[in-house]
Design a protein around this ligand. Sequence first.
Ligand SMILES: [Mg+2]
Length: 162
Amino acid sequence: MYDTLFLDRDGVINHKLEGRYVTNFNDFTFITKSDFAIKELSKIFRRILIVTNQQGIGKGIMTVQDLEQLHIYMENELSCKNKYIDKIYFCPHLETSNCDCRKPRLGMFRKAQLDFPKINIDRSFLVGDSDSDILAGKGFGLETVKVSASFTLYDWLIELSK
Ligand SMILES: [Mg+2]
């Protein structure tokens, strides 16, 4: 069994929007089979954590409450009884804020390590769609996977299951 799967959200789980932020559930659509992939991945990973930059909050475009509502919606869509996502970490700060949590910085990963001290980095992965995800993952010592429109989370699941 693998240990921890760190997932970026936008561009991995749900579609990004052109020129604007995903601020509520009307904006939220799963990338093809990403919901199925998460359920399957939860069978081979001990835990799944989301690490997501959400500077729309810092910009005042949405509130922390909006984001939390959206995540409740997302988790409800994913599951009836089972909880597949163990915890969601988000960075609400602006790119210019110099916080320590915005990827490629490692604050969210370090927080996860405090919450789940047994994380085994050697058996863990980061999946993201941008360079800052990959940089953060590597910075934390994780094996990294970059997804795109032509290689999705589902495609990676299939590869991993071979
Ligand atoms: Mg992304």
